[in-house]
Design a protein around this ligand. Sequence first.
Ligand SMILES: Nc1ncnc2c1ncn2[C@@H]1O[C@H](COP(=O)(O)OP(=O)(O)OP(=O)(O)O)[C@@H](O)[C@H]1O
Ligand SMILES: [Mg+2]
Length: 242
Amino acid sequence: MSGDLLSARDVQKSFGAVRALGPIDFALKPRERLGLIGPNGSGKTTLINCITGLFPPDEGTISFRGEDITREPAYRRARRGLSRSFQIPRPFVGMTVLENLLVPMDYLRAGARRGAERAEEVLQSVGLYARRQDAAEALSQLELRKLELARALVAEPLVLIADEAMAGLSEAEIDDILTLLFRLNETGVAVVMIEHIMHAVMRFSERVICLQTGRIIAEGSPKQIAADPLVQKVYFGEQTHR
Ligand SMILES: Nc1ncnc2c1ncn2[C@@H]1O[C@H](COP(=O)(O)OP(=O)(O)OP(=O)(O)O)[C@@H](O)[C@H]1O
Ligand SMILES: [Mg+2]
């Protein structure tokens, strides 16, 4: 649709005989805060992998700012302003926190600022500046999550897709990450929050999409989603949820 920053149309992905995703349509507006929820294995990460170019979808089209990027490699999409953080943070071990940000700078879009100064600015913004010379493997769980976000943010993206950036954190730490994502959004970055921590998604999102077995079963405001009978059945019915 015109006005969309990012969209996916009729996207499908199977792994062998398992249809992990779709067909599914998805759209994100500039500066939007979108929540993506659904039980384990419902296709959230697969959708994001197709969108960010980790692998192409079997069918369908992905567009960014009106251009077809379906077959484009991930680094080209990153250069366009499409960033993601991974569900399981894997920092470069044997490198400092600062060096972890310098590595992805080879893949930035034209015009993006580079170098240690820019990296330090990002570390400042996520609250990791004091840790910049420490080894990545010395970081706490919260700091690792922040480093994972920082690595996605050095590219100065237009979209950040955060795949379970709060998993395993305490309530205070969840608040910390939420504040960080709100602040980022205020600078104009659209944020897709993939999350199992329901109160965080509901607080953060303007719109929520719920997946089940690779299809959208509900979409609406946090209020509408919380009251949706299908969503309630998925989360509180016979389906198990971690
Ligand atoms: N690389 C892969 N190879 C084979 N099957 C896969 C692969 N990635 C995902 N799947 C399968 O695709 C389906 C969707 O998985 P996906 O990881 O997208 O779910 P998810 O919604 O992100 O789940 P979670 O909340 O646990 O992260 C699952 O059945 C999963 O087992
Ligand atoms: Mg996932």
